[in-house]
Design a protein around this ligand. Structure first.
Ligand code: SF4
Ligand code: MG
Length: 283
């Protein structure tokens, strides 16, 4: 049986020392080994940004896609080969700016896969501009007087758009993040984890210390019920999106694939494709 070491390769990450993305890489390697996967049973699809490099740093099938397009590729991979466990990963700019349309539709579509966003509230690869998750008033090279836009709250967006598994974590909590990724890969449907991943080089506001002081662990809240959507929305909103843990899980909704006639028995077959060709030909 594979261990997390089997998911290592000899490519040295070129992330800055201290970047939160290192922990996310380690958590994915641990989680997929813990749930019993072998390297050839996993596909990791990434977008563009510092975080997008992750698909080259883990010993498994990898695809470094174009900006904002990790989700359509990942959903296609899963539909074409249902035996694979599929993880898509990218940054806050990738997922909530150029890729936002895909993200919303993936939340509601519920393909059986996992999406991990490495959220550093800034564009790191292009050396520090305001991103969709940057806070109001956030000063960067692109907003020197402070951002005048409200930030996107990824988990609130996911809850509203119909995601069936919504969680949030922090790179500093390797154990908690590993556990959430294990749960996400075993969830039957689309699982979303937003991970606060400090950019130590360009974001001097949302630092490790800032997150330690501002994040609330859902486990510390008395009687928090992750199966109640109304409770999840209320609690996340009350904490301004700054919560950690499993926020919401709905096991009752069927995933996308299982609602397609014959998919459970055969997957997508050439016969299906021919049928689609005929159908499209008549349009
Ligand atoms: Fe990480 Fe920021 Fe460096 Fe990119 S620029 S590798 S996000 S610390
Ligand atoms: Mg970013």
């Amino acid at each position: 049986m594979a261990t997390f070491k089997d998911f290592r390769n000899d490519v040295k990450p070129n992330w800055c020392p201290g970047c939160g993305d290192f922990s996310i890489q380690a958590a994915i390697q641990r989680a997929v080994a813990n749930v019993g996967l072998e390297p050839e049973e996993l596909a990791l699809i990434s977008g563009i940004g510092c975080s997008g490099r992750i698909s080259g740093y883990i010993n498994t099938y990898g695809f470094h896609g174009v900006h904002g397009r990790s989700l359509p590729i990942a959903q296609g991979v899963k539909m074409a080969n249902r035996e694979l466990t599929v993880i898509a990963s990218g940054g806050d700019g990738d997922g909530f700016a150029i890729g936002m349309g895909h993200t919303i539709h993936a939340f509601k579509r519920n393909v059986d896969m996992t999406y991990i966003v490495m959220d550093n509230q800034i564009y790191g690869l292009t050396k520090g501009q305001t991103s969709p998750t940057s806070a109001l008033g956030f000063k960067t090279k692109s907003t020197p007087k402070g951002s005048i836009e409200k930030s996107v709250s990824p988990v609130e967006l996911a809850l509203t758009a119909g995601a069936t598994f919504v969680a949030q974590s922090f790179s500093n909590d390797l154990k908690g993040l590993t556990s959430l990724i294990e749960q996400a890969t075993q969830h039957k449907g689309f699982a979303f984890i937003n991970v606060f991943s400090p950019c130590v080089t360009f974001n001097k506001v949302n630092t490790y210390d800032w997150f330690k002081q501002n994040l609330t662990k859902l486990d510390d809240l008395e009687d928090y019920d992750a199966t109640d959507l109304d409770v999840a929305k209320r609690v996340v909103h009350e904490h301004n999106g700054l919560v950690m843990g499993l926020i919401y899980q709905d096991d009752s909704r069927p995933d996308y694939q299982s609602q397609i006639d014959g998919y459970a028995e055969n997957g997508l077959t050439f016969a299906d494709l021919e049928m689609n060709e005929e159908t499209f030909g008549k349009l």
